[in-house]
Design a protein around this ligand. Structure first.
Ligand SMILES: [Zn+2]
Length: 407
């Protein structure tokens, strides 16, 4: 296989998690009777441009279906994050009623609804029907499409170029990242701005976040590599911010040139830090598999220990990353009988692979677990705060990444 960005032959393995179902393919009761599609989940690193990427096995139409059950608005902290971003970016770019804001992968309108309130014209691009319908019900116009150069050019030819293009957790989720970047270039007004948020590969390595690997997550990006990919599409990065979201993300600001916005000191500083940490050398990439294997062993041993001691364990948060962890550690309902989730779209279904049932949070009041494993560790504190009464009864909250930790 060749690198999706620079076409160099890929030789170096970063992570091999074996065979897994797509992380968002939640199962209905009827699905349990049928064989489950599973694909190898292997990540390779390009030793030319340092893009970490999944090996090609599965098409995106199988990953982002009309039944897609990830609704951004389920997380309060993510809604707050979106609202804060809008408060900051509207005055910073001087956006108003004559501007156009386009969000790619606009999901259920969790972010664009803030622009709607501010009376700034906006457009969402979102291929999954389940989420697009929710955004439309709020009054947000949505194009149900995958984004790339073709769509960027088509919109531009209709006179729909954007003053601001937002891509939150989509840049790393597209199979053809060069085509996506060219689409951004085509869709952007001459003085427009693009902001992209994606998990930072440097943090993924530092904090052993192997569970953020799943089939839908095609690319794992350092800042240097993201900047190079945008440059290849003739886009210039002029600022970067480090965010706490998803265990450590980047928000990259780009435009056609840096005439409007001179490059900030943060750009050179982060490039220097990545270089110091060896992000352009093989070493940090070689050690990652060992980190994943250590956590797999620890997590299994922890759950087996709890069972042996007669402790009741449950999990909270039927997140994609939880599926990676459960399936890699081969955890089934005998060790973890159920997973609670606030999203009604997931309740009554089963986790892909592990087939652990997903139930509403009210189950905690009936089952009284002694220990609650929070699978989306990135919002562990939010989940803990929402369930303090079970802590008062003596239950403990536990996260498994980067190691077993009792909150
Ligand atoms: Zn490459």
């Amino acid at each position: 296989m060749k690198c999706r960005h620079c076409e160099e032959e890929l030789r170096d393995k970063f992570l091999d998690l074996g065979v897994m179902p797509p992380s968002n393919a939640y199962l209905s009761k009827e699905d349990l009777e049928k064989p489950e599609p599973k694909y190898p989940l292997r990540l390779l690193v390009c030793t030319n441009c340092w893009l970490v990427q999944t090996e090609d096995f599965v098409g995106r139409s199988e990953l982002f279906t009309s039944e897609y059950a990830y609704f951004s608005s389920t997380s309060k902290s993510w809604l707050d994050h979106a609202a804060k971003y809008c408060e900051k970016i509207i005055p910073q770019l001087g956006l108003g009623p004559k501007s156009l804001v386009v969000e790619i992968a606009s999901n259920d309108g969790y972010l664009l609804k803030n622009f709607l309130v501010a009376e700034i014209p906006c457009l969402g691009i979102e291929p999954t029907t389940s989420t697009a319908e929710v955004a439309e019900s709020l009054g947000i116009p949505v194009m149900r499409e995958f984004f790339g150069e073709k769509l960027g050019r088509a919109l531009a030819s209709e006179g729909k170029q954007a003053d601001l293009i937002i891509g939150n957790n989509v840049f790393a989720h597209v199979p053809d990242i060069n085509d996506f970047a060219k689409g951004l270039k085509a869709l952007l007004k001459p003085k427009g701005t693009i902001t992209l948020e994606f998990p930072h590969l440097m943090k993924m390595i530092e904090f052993s976040q192997f569970d953020t690997a799943y089939h839908e997550h095609f690319s794992y990006l350092s800042f240097g590599t993201a900047k190079a990919i945008l440059k290849h599409a003739e886009l210039v990065v002029w600022n970067v911010e480090e965010l706490a979201t998803h265990g450590g993300s980047l928000r990259v600001y780009a435009g056609h040139s840096n005439e409007e916005h001179p490059e900030t000191a943060a750009v050179a500083a982060l490039l220097a830090e990545e270089s110091e940490r060896g992000m352009q050398k093989s070493d940090p990439y070689q050690t990652f598999q060992g980190k994943a294997d250590r956590i797999r062993g620890e997590f299994r041993a922890f759950l087996e220990g709890q069972k042996a001691w007669g402790q009741k364990v449950a999990a909270y948060g039927a997140a994609a990353k939880g599926n990676t962890l459960l399936n890699y550690a081969n955890i089934k309902a005998d060790l973890l009988p159920f997973v609670c989730d606030a999203a009604t779209a997931k309740q009554g279904k089963f986790m892909p692979g592990s087939r652990i049932p997903i139930v509403p949070a009210s189950a905690l009041q009936e089952q009284h677990p002694d220990c609650l494993v929070i699978l989306p560790w990135n919002i562990a504190e939010e989940i803990r705060q929402q369930n303090l009464e079970i802590e008062k009864r003596g239950a403990r909250f536990v996260t498994a990444i980067p190691e077993i930790r009792i909150l």
